[in-house]
Design a protein around this ligand. Structure first.
Ligand code: M6R
Length: 366
């Protein structure tokens, strides 16, 4: 049942090229230059005219929501807020009938997310679901939705759910952007082509597993770890840290790289591994200077860079290369080595990777 893999988590990490492809199959019609998504098509005006989009979720699904915030605002120019479902449900939020709420949940059974949906519905918002499990409670409670087609996710640590959630949300944002005219036709096509190229790039990236295993062996005994990223890759830093905490029980924190100097930098010494996402897009030069700050405090730098990078290579202790893609899609690639890193560390430490202590696959109580 694990298809020859030692753990479900590893199997699911390796399934990502297909899972992403299955998620856009039949939706992304690159030759026609269109995106077909029934749940969005049927409610296009309602969603495109939203005053704002509120995204709710928990854990990894919340992180996918944070990535979506960047994508939606960039492409569809709709203001987005992302909230932990558990906070949203108890804070008397201001919601109107002109709001669209997107609830993200792999299992479709998370109690806090479900309660947030019910609250949003009571207040008259239009509620859209992004779930993986077909027929799940959340997929039934939402007014429309789009499934991720990741296939069953058994490992408690969410991996392929994350990348397929981002895939669905990207398609949705592109579709809205095209409808609203906030993305040019050429940009739209460029994104479609780039998305279609992602599965192959993920497959290529999975081949760097050996390098990552070596890094894992070097840092498996660390007590703490920091993850940094900016822009689209800030949520990936949070996700990388969550994955490490969850399965290896090593304390890890994710931060937007620029926040370092507002406190966390005090933690840096020669004992501290710092995982930095420094792809050659967006804020590259700024991240490079963040890396210099860590280096001058003797932190150990594990960097995720774009193929062919030179600048970071000179500074970092370890380098993991990802294939080139457009900025908005980099999270689909940068997240893969971070999943593998926590996987290998947990295995080397002899932890129960698929069923970490104190955790359940779906959190059906609050
Ligand atoms: O099924 P859901 O996506 O609603 O689950 C949300 C979180 O419980 C889940 O992502 C959790 O954080 C994972 N174990 C993270 O790997």
């Amino acid at each position: 049942e694990k298809g020859g893999y030692d753990h479900f988590m590893l199997k699911e990490i390796y399934e990502q090229p297909n899972a992403i492809r299955d998620t856009y199959r039949g939706r992304l019609l690159a030759d026609k230059g269109i995106i077909k998504m029934a749940g969005v098509d049927d409610n296009l005006d309602r969603i495109a005219k939203a005053n704002r989009i509120l995204i709710v979720g928990c854990g990894t699904s919340w992180h996918a929501g944070l990535v979506a915030e960047y994508i939606f605002e960039d492409m569809a120019r709709i203001p987005v807020e992302v909230e932990y479902a558990s906070e949203f449900r108890y804070r008397n939020p201001v919601i109107t009938e002109n709001d669209v709420v997107i609830a993200i949940s792999q299992s479709g059974e998370t109690a806090d997310t479900m309660a947030a949906i019910k609250l949003a519905k009571e207040k008259g918002a239009f509620v859209f679901g992004v779930c993986n499990v077909v027929g799940s409670s959340i997929s039934r409670e939402t007014m429309a939705g789009a499934y991720t087609h990741a296939g069953p996710e058994i490992g408690v640590a969410s991996t392929k759910a994350f990348t397929t959630q981002i895939t669905v949300l990207t398609l949705m944002a592109l579709k809205l952007g095209k409808y609203k005219g906030t993305i040019s036709n050429s940009d739209f096509r460029l994104h479609l082509q780039a998305l279609e190229a992602i599965p192959k790039k993920v497959a290529k990236l999975l081949q760097s597993d050996k390098v990552i295993k070596e890094i894992a062996a070097t840092y498996k005994d660390a007590r703490n770890c920091i993850y940094l990223g900016r822009g689209y890759n800030f949520p990936v830093a949070l996700e990388g840290a969550l994955k490490l905490k969850e399965i290896s029980y090593i304390h890890a924190e994710g931060y937007p790289a620029a926040e370092m100097k507002h406190g966390p930098i005090a933690l840096i010494d020669e004992e501290m591994p710092v995982v930095v996402i420094a792809v050659r897009k967006g804020h590259y030069e700024k991240v490079v200077s963040n890396i210099q700050e860590i280096k001058s405090r003797k932190g150990k730098i594990i960097s995720v860079v774009t193929e062919g990078d030179v600048e970071v290579k000179e500074l970092a202790d370890h380098v993991i290369e990802i294939p080139e893609t457009i900025e908005a899609l980099t999270p689909l690639l940068t997240t893969i080595p971070l999943q593998l890193l926590s996987y290998h560390i947990a295995v080397l430490l002899g932890k129960n990777v698929d069923q970490p202590r104190n955790l359940a696959k779906s959190v059906t109580v609050e």
